[in-house]
Design a protein around this ligand. Structure first.
Ligand code: G1P
Ligand code: ZN
Length: 545
C-alpha cells in the first residue's frame, strides 16, 4: 500500500460540541478539513494499531465520500479492520450496538443528527469509544488540541473503488473491511429486550401505527422491526427511504418539524400510535391519538412501568436525566426508592453512570430516551418500549400518561428556542444573566413563584470525579417550578438560546390545562430576567416544543 503524507495547516474551530464536530457541508468539503479532524482523532488513539473500528453514517449528503476518505486514512494509520454498514449506513444507536456486540475498539459515526442535510445543509463526525458511547470530554478536548498543532496527515493513495453495497468481508488498501448489515445486530438486541410475541398479538388484534422515519436512516430499521418482524401493516412506516437531503426537511421529531404526523394523529380514525425518529435515529417522539407525549414524561412513564418489559423485569438500578429535563423522572425514582442522577446536557454524560451500573434508563427533554442496552439514545427502542407497554396493559398512550399523572402529578413543560442570534449577543445575554444571579434567591415573583435557588449548574461525575461547570443557569422556585437557560452546543448558525420552563401540578383536576398558559408566568419571568426580547430584538421564540 502506498501511503501519502499530505502537508496541511490547522483549521480554527475544530472543537467537537455537544455531539461531535458539526459544520456546514461546505466547510467539511474544504480540502483537508475532514482529513485534519480524522488525523487528530487517530493521533489521540495511540494504541489504535491493528484495532477494529465501526464506521457508518446517517446517509446524508457527503456520507459516502467521507466514508471512503476515512477508510483510506484508517488503512494508513494502522487500523486493523473496519466494519462498515452497507451503503455506508448505520444509525447512531445501531453503531453503538455493533461496537458493543462485536467488541470493537471504537467507532466513527457520520451524522449531524436532526440538522438538515444536502449540499447547503450540515455534516458531522463523532467518535464513540469501546463502550459504544460518545467520546468523553477528556478525549474530545485532546482531539481538539491535536487539530491545532497538526502539520500533515496520512492517507492511502487512491485505490480501486470499494463496493459498499454488498455484504461480506473484503480488503481495501490492504486493510480488512467488512460490509455488515446495518440492521441485523440491532434487531437481534431488540428481540432480547422486548416481548415480540405480545407486540405481534397487539398488531394482529388490528392496532394501527404510523412511524415517520423523516426520510432518514431510521427507515430501514423501522421497516424491518415494525412491519416485517412485528406485523404492522405495510405502509405503517412513512418516509421510510433514507434520502441525502431528508426530502428537504428538518429531520427532527418534534411537533414543530413533524407536523404531518401530528396532523395524522389528530385526524378522525387516527392510528392508535404515532412516532418519529430523527436524522440518525437516536431521537424519538411519541404521539397517541390526538395526544402528544413530552419526552420528559415519556422517560418517567417508561421508568414507572419498566418491569412490564422483559429486558427490565428485574427493575431499575437508577434513572438519569439531563439537567433541563423535567423532574417527572425524579418523582418516579423517589417512589421506586432508586437514585435519579442529574447530568449536563448531552448523552456523553450518561456513559459513566451506565457503565458503572448506577443507572438503567436515561433521557433528555430533547426527544432522547435510552437505557443501558447501548450507550446512545435510541429512537426505535423507545418506540418498541411504548408498544410493549400498550401490548402488556391494553391501555392507550393517553391512558398510560393520564394514569401516570394521576399517580405522580404532572410536570407541565416546554422549551422555547431563540435561534440564529448573533453569537456575541447570546454570550452577552448569558453573561449578564450570570451576573444577576447573586442575591436573586428569596425574591417572590408572585403567583406562588418564590425563587429558592439561582445558580450556574456544575456537575461532578460520581464515577470519574471530573467536573463540568457552566452547564446552564438554573432558577429553582418553591413547589418545583424551574427555568433553565443555556446556549445550544450543536448549532451551525449563530447561537441558539434555549429556555426550559417547568411547573409541577399535583392536582388531577388541573392536569388538562394548556401547557403554555400554565407556564405563562414563568415565560414572563424568563424574559424579564434575561431581557431576551430587548437584547435579541426578536418578538418570539423561533421554536416552541
Ligand atoms: C441538543 C439537545 C441535547 C442533545 C443534543 C444531541 O444539544 O439539547 O439534549 O443531547 O442536541 O442530540 P444542544 O443543541 O442543546 O447543545
Ligand atoms: Zn440524532
Amino acid at each position: 500500500m502506498k501511503i501519502q503524507t499530505v502537508p496541511t495547516q490547522a483549521f480554527d474551530g475544530q472543537r467537537p460540541g455537544t455531539s461531535g464536530l458539526r459544520r456546514k457541508v461546505a466547510v467539511f468539503r474544504q480540502p483537508h478539513y475532514l482529513e485534519n479532524f480524522v488525523q487528530a482523532l487517530f493521533d489521540t488513539l495511540p494504541d489504535r494499531e491493528g484495532k477494529t473500528l465501526v464506521l457508518g453514517g446517517d446517509g446524508r449528503f457527503h456520507n459516502r465520500e467521507a466514508i471512503l476518505v476515512i477508510l483510506r486514512m484508517a488503512a494508513a494509520n494502522g487500523i486493523g479492520r473496519v466494519l462498515v454498514g452497507r451503503g455506508g449506513l448505520l444509525s447512531t444507536p445501531a453503531a453503538s450496538a455493533v461496537i458493543r456486540q462485536r467488541g470493537a475498539y471504537g467507532g466513527i459515526i457520520l451524522s449531524a443528527s436532526h440538522n438538515p442535510g444536502g449540499p447547503e445543509g450540515d455534516f458531522g463526525i463523532k467518535y464513540n469509544i469501546g463502550n459504544g458511547g460518545p467520546a468523553p470530554e477528556m478525549l474530545t478536548e485532546a482531539i481538539h488540541a491535536r487539530t491545532r498543532t497538526l502539520t500533515s496527515y496520512s492517507i492511502a493513495a487512491r485505490p480501486a473503488v470499494l463496493d459498499l453495497d454488498h455484504l461480506g468481508p473484503t480488503t481495501f488498501c490492504e486493510m480488512a473491511v467488512e460490509v455488515i448489515d446495518p440492521v441485523a445486530d440491532y434487531a437481534e438486541l431488540m428481540q432480547r429486550l422486548f416481548d415480540f410475541d405480545a407486540m405481534r398479538a397487539w398488531f394482529a388484534d388490528g392496532h394501527r401505527i404510523c412511524f415517520d422515519a423523516m426520510s432518514a436512516v431510521g427507515g430501514p430499521y423501522a421497516r424491518t422491526l415494525l412491519e416485517e418482524m412485528l406485523g404492522a401493516s405495510a405502509g405503517s412506516v412513512i418516509n421510510g427511504i433514507p434520502l441525502e437531503d431528508f426530502g428537504g426537511h428538518h429531520p427532527d421529531p418534534n411537533p414543530a418539524h413533524a407536523g404531518a404526523l401530528i396532523a395524522t394523529m389528530a385526524a378522525p380514525h387516527a392510528p392508535d400510535f404515532g412516532a418519529a425518529s430523527d436524522g440518525d435515529a437516536d431521537r424519538n417522539m411519541i404521539v397517541g391519538r390526538n395526544f402528544v407525549v413530552t419526552p420528559s414524561d415519556s422517560l418517567a412513564v417508561l421508568a414507572a412501568n419498566a418491569t412490564l418489559v422483559p429486558g427490565y423485569r428485574d427493575g431499575l438500578a437508577g434513572i438519569a436525566r439531563s439537567m433541563p429535563t423535567s423532574c417527572a423522572a425524579d418523582a418516579v425514582a423517589r417512589e421506586l426508592g432508586i437514585p435519579c442522577y442529574e447530568t449536563p446536557t448531552g448523552w456523553k454524560f450518561f456513559g459513566n453512570l451506565l457503565d458503572a451500573g448506577l443507572a438503567t434508563l436515561c433521557g433528555e427533554e430533547s426527544y432522547g430516551t435510552g437505557s443501558n442496552h447501548v450507550r446512545e439514545k435510541d429512537g426505535l427502542w423507545a418506540v418498541l418500549f411504548w408498544l410493549n407497554l400498550q401490548a402488556a396493559t391494553g391501555l392507550s398512550v393517553e391512558a398510560l400518561v393520564r394514569r401516570h399523572w394521576a399517580r405522580f402529578g404532572r410536570h407541565y413543560y416546554s422549551r422555547h428556542d431563540w435561534e440564529a442570534i448573533p453569537a456575541s449577543v447570546a454570550e452577552a445575554l448569558m453573561a449578564a444573566l450570570r451576573e444577576r444571579l447573586d442575591g436573586l434567591a428569596g425574591r417572590d415573583f408572585g403567583d406562588g413563584l418564590r425563587l429558592e435557588q439561582a445558580d450556574d449548574f456544575a456537575y461532578l461525575d460520581p464515577v470519574d470525579h471530573s467536573e463540568s461547570r457552566h452547564q446552564g443557569v438554573r432558577l429553582l422556585f418553591a413547589g418545583g417550578a424551574r427555568i433553565i437557560f443555556r446556549l445550544s452546543g450543536t448549532g451551525t448558525e449563530g447561537a441558539t438560546l434555549r429556555v426550559y420552563l417547568e411547573r409541577y401540578e399535583p392536582d388531577p383536576a388541573r392536569h388538562d390545562l394548556p401547557a403554555q398558559a400554565v407556564l405563562a408566568p414563568l415565560i414572563a419571568i424568563a424574559d424579564e430576567l434575561a431581557a431576551i426580547r430587548e437584547r435579541t430584538g426578536m418578538d418570539a421564540p423561533t421554536v416552541v416544543t
